[in-house]
Design a protein around this ligand. Structure first.
Ligand code: ADP
Ligand code: MG
Length: 724
């Protein structure tokens, strides 16, 4: 082991579990203690203000200036009493992550002292210097005006000593520059469309909520080891590294005992999360060594997503406290599983019915089947777009790689639900006409679902979009993603589909057909129409790729080409009919996706080039020189040195290949950089630059196997992947 590596490994071994002060009291005592939640509002706002704010939060009632001033005053007092000295509008720009600019509460009082200032105006709207956030050309830098505006549906919270106010971020001209604004639009679209359909079954429904429960996967590595891996530091993944002799073959990590250092980190993280009102619930090891998962109880999508964004930030902070680095990259290590963020999604009514859950009565079951089939139809129609929504330079490593969902969207329904749909599809029209609603349903087998569904062990881990008993689980989402993007697609696509469904059913009803009959016929029609998206087999198999292509599903694997789905006529139509995105906004987003892709590959290319030329090649040359010296001396003594000569030749070959390929890659990058069109540029980065990564890596990994361990300065997989 090289001296540098030895020092780092030694430091890693000596990083003992950090003592975590046990939280005072029970979770119920400190849950949400750093959130300006309803309890705090009730305490810090007068009765009338509280009522008015509740109305805004629940029904979107407009905020008056006077009201905003009163809320700001209460919020300020709460924040100051809870240790805050700064405030910030907290928003989710298209770069990923979150953005914040802190301002102090303290303002000079013009008499030599300071006063804590925070007005309704500052609460409701601000104009951050937005020129450096990507806008995809919407906002030219010279008129860099973007506004952040308060989202009262998501409560303010305190991180460290800063009051964070969740906001949307929009351009001066009204276009969304963030994830939250379109998410709110999509949620409102699905609410409206779903309520309309629910009213066929229950006139008491006047609101439909969309729910999200995310499962965050991540890796931990020791920070001292990470510090000497520039690739991990700068790109979040290892660009090289020979596989460890032992990794996940024994499957001994999954659900195994959690190492004490990690457990201390998890406890600390959970405590911090609970204080921020994030209802974290489950923690466990994942399949790969050093891989873990954290999942909360599901919440309304907007809040759940804010919580996930917040969690990713808190994770990083807490990890540093424990001498860890948290890796949210989708594929930090070759040869072991990547990380995803399963998004569990469902819709529920104000009357307490889960629309994706089978009910107890035939009517509830017809409603359930109606929603289920409409979801499948929406996913079928927009399967390419759905893939585009989760595609990125980082998630591309995970999609389509072996142990991961393929880069093809399909739905898995399980044997029972599939059987019900098949039965419905095969049922004959005349039967349907002869039976009344109740009998029709019984005949179709729907009334049996509640008993059948009790057994929920029917799971297919290889499906990117699976029905799991009372919700859909979108598994293809990447671990570093903002869930909003896939939630926007799903909810908007379903809103569009439900609206079409409703108009067709209404048409039939107007033509004199009974309501149940009209719904039944539309459902049957949809089942037939979207059969191609249903796939219950092994999604990882090669046969599926062929079959999916034959079925006409989107099988594109190139990230930049997949991004084109954002601008398909069907996409533009869906988003404009639901009011979620204008064409200009879609173009801007596509542009940002392309730009981000290019930049990530560009950075990886640079880091790989640097490491290859100033770490790997010099180390290899040094070892080669040592061997040459030995061989020369042996020859002086007339000794045989065939195997050493072989080794020298191999080192020489790999080194030469690395040098040649790295130069070629640099040239490819130079050419790509000259391209001004963002689409062409991203394609060039994908088709030329990125194609060198694995080829260069191959030779580096070969060298790692044969070079003296004492000379190798980069921590190896076997050191990175096992926390002691
Ligand atoms: P799994 O068995 O898939 O590992 P869990 O059963 O622990 O996962 O649940 C995963 C996530 O799904 C959790 O966040 C949970 O709250 C969420 N979830 C459960 N029911 C629903 C639902 N009806 N809608 C949305 N999310 C849900
Ligand atoms: Mg799951």
């Amino acid at each position: 082991m090289s001296l540098l590596r030895f020092k780092m490994v030694d430091a890693a071994i000596n990083h003992r579990a950090v003592e975590v002060t046990p939280p005072a009291g029970r979770p119920s005592d400190y849950f949400g203690s750093k959130v300006f939640n309803r309890d705090a509002m009730r305490k810090y706002l007068d009765g009338k203000t509280f009522e008015a704010l509740t109305d805004t939060m629940e029904h979107g009632a407009p905020l008056t200036q006077e009201l905003a001033d009163k809320i700001a005053a209460g919020m300020k007092q709460w924040a100051l009493e809870h240790g805050a000295d700064h405030y910030t509008h907290w928003f989710q720009p298209l770069t990923g992550g979150t953005a914040e600019k802190h301002d102090g509460f303290a303002e000079p009082d013009k008499r030599g002292g300071v006063l804590e200032e925070f007005s309704g105006k500052l609460l409701v709207q601000q104009e951050p210097d937005a020129s450096s956030f990507p806008s995809g050309g919407i906002r030219n830098t010279f008129e860099a005006r973007g506004y952040s505006a308060w989202d009262p549906a998501s409560p303010a919270f305190i991180v460290d000593t800063t009051l964070c106010i969740p906001t949307v971020f929009i351009a001066y001209t009204g276009e969304a520059l963030d994830y939250k604004a379109p998410l709110l639009r999509a949620l409102s679209a699905v609410d409206k469309a779903a309520v309309e359909v629910c009213r066929y079954f229950d006139k008491g429904v006047d609101k439909v909520f969309s729910y999200l429960g995310w499962e965050q996967e991540y890796f931990l590595v020791d920070e001292s080891l990470c510090a000497v891996r520039p690739d991990l530091q700068l790109t979040g993944r290892t660009l090289m590294g020979h596989e460890s002799a032992k990794n996940q073959q024994l499957e001994d990590h999954y659900f195994g005992a959690i190492p004490s250092r990690v457990l201390a980190f998890m406890k600390d993280l959970e405590y911090e999360s609970l204080k921020l009102g994030i209802p974290v619930k489950t923690r466990h090891n994942e399949v790969a060594p050093n891989q873990f998962e954290l999942a909360p109880v599901y919440e309304e999508v907007n809040l759940a997503n804010d919580h996930n964004q917040l969690l990713m930030i808190i994770m990083d902070k807490v990890a540093r406290r424990h001498n860890f680095r948290v890796l949210l990259h989708e594929k930090p290590f070759k040869g072991v599983n990547g990380s995803g963020k399963h998004c569990n999604w469902s819709l529920g009514t104000n009357t307490g019915v889960n629309l994706f859950g089978p009910g107890k009565t035939p009517s509830e079951n017809l409603q359930f089947i109606t929603f289920l089939v409409n979801v499948i139809a929406a996913v079928y129609k927009h399967n390419g777009l759905l893939k585009a929504s989760i595609m990125s330079a980082t998630n591309a490593h995970r999609l389509g790689a072996n142990e991961a969902p393929p880069a093809i969207i399909s739905t898995f329904l399980g044997a029972q639900v599939s059987a019900v749909l098949d039965k419905l599809e095969a049922s004959r029209g005349e039967d349907a006409i002869r039976f009344d609603a109740k009998n029709l349903l019984r005949m179709s087998g729907i009334s049996h679902i509640p008993t059948l569904m009790i057994d929920n062990t029917d799971r297919n881990r290889t499906s990117p979009f699976a029905f799991t008993g009372n919700r859909f689980e979108f598994r293809a989402v990447g671990s570093s993603a903002n869930c909003a993007e896939s939630m926007i697609m799903l909810n908007a696509a379903l809103a569009e589909q439900l609206t079409i469904f409703k108009s067709r059913v209404d048409e039939a009803i107007n033509a004199g057909i009974r309501k149940e009959q009209a719904i039944y016929e539309q459902v049957k029609h949809l089942i037939k129409e979207c059969k191609a998206i249903r796939f219950d087999g092994n999604g990882y198999s090669d046969e599926w790729k062929d079959e999916a292509a034959a079925r006409g599903l989107d099988c594109e694997t190139s990230a930049p080409l997949t991004f084109d789905r954002y601008l398909d006529p069907a996409t533009v139509e869906m988003f404009s009919s639901t009011g979620v995105y204008t064409k200009v906004e879609l173009e801007a987003r596509t542009e940002v996706k392309r730009e981000t892709y290019t930049k990530k590959i560009q950075i990886e290319g640079r880091v790989l080039g640097d490491l290859a030329m100033n770490h790997i090649v010099p180390i290899a040359s040094k070892y080669e020189a040592m061997l040459l010296d030995k061989v020369y001396k042996m020859s002086q003594l007339g000794m045989e040195s065939r195997t050493d000569m072989d080794l020298i030749r191999r080192i020489q070959e790999h080194t030469a290949e690395i040098q040649t390929l790295t130069l070629e890659m640099t040239d490819a990058r130079r050419l790509a950089n000259k391209i001004t069109d963002e689409r062409q540029k991203a394609l060039a980065y994908h088709d030329t630059v990125a194609q060198y990564f694995d080829r260069i890596r191959y030779h580096i990994d070969k060298l790692e196997e044969i070079i003296d361990d004492q000379l190798w300065t980069l921590p190896k997989y076997r050191e990175l992947l096992f926390i002691r």
